[in-house]
Write a protein that binds this ligand. Sequence first.
Ligand code: ADP
Ligand code: MG
Length: 316
Amino acid sequence: MAEPMIECEGLTKRFGDFTAVDNVSFNVEPGAIFGFLGPNGSGKSTVIRMLCGILEPSGGTARIGGLDVVEQTDVLKESIGYMSQKFSLYDELTVEENLRFYGKLYGLRREALRKRFDELLTLTHLEPYLDRRAALLSGGWRQRLAMACALMHEPRVLFLDEPTAGIDPVARRELWDLLFEFSGRGMTLFVTTHYMDEAERCSNVGYIYLSKLIVCGVPDELKMLPEVNPPGTRRIDVTCEHVTLGLQTLRHRAGISAATVFGQSMHLLVDDAVSDERIRGYLAEAGIRDVDLRPISPSLEDVFVALTAKHGGGTE
Ligand code: ADP
Ligand code: MG
């Protein structure tokens, strides 16, 4: 087994009386795309800032590539890139000027800077926009430029804090293609996101809720956990008219739990004692017909919901 690239043990951050990150431990293997999920305010950015040596932990330890994030911050900064939620691009500068600025900031000399500049242009396809001011780039291209800037010093690990927030679906997909390309070159990626479809693309995921890491692992393995698949239950997708009404009708019935709407359908966790016919019957009482039922496997969202409930959280 390779040495982990990122190792946290009991990582904790307190702001006064408030514990923003509570005893968080996990490892990330080299070359992984680690997706870090959790609702707003759960501590994702705080974890990243501790890992990048910007914020000192109140407790616990963290190492990246074997370097202690507190004791060896200066060396550490050479091997990590950090694209924060509000990454500072210089709006008045062009794409080229931004890249050169960051290259110099990281101490790249003329030759090294030119070489890296060319490499990143090829990798990120920013070439046609070289002379465009950063202010005039679309959301997706802006994020691409920010990424390229954070990569000028060729870090082994790249931290991206919500890189796809607020950009359109096509740009989002293109940005992910780029992340896969980075990962294919051996880079380790640590990405926070709110989007479940992005989580599904990660090689490993962690879910943080109210400052505590609820679960961490490989998506397909997490979906097989017994907590997610309680014995004597099944998951089904119900497609029907008036899904929201259907949800109201079903969600408080005995033997039906974890009812959520997914687009045109709803996902239910149902006791085996409740037959498909019974579900059709409940819906018919509310005037809903043309009901289509089919078994499904749990999604990552189901995993997070199930495990949050088990840890005493959840909204119901
Ligand atoms: P996330 O990135 O998951 O949205 P954050 O890590 O930004 O969450 O924040 C976690 C919690 O810590 C929030 O309640 C936030 O208000 C609080 N917090 C973050 N930074 C500070 C700070 N410098 N001082 C006090 N509270 C903070
Ligand atoms: Mg954040």
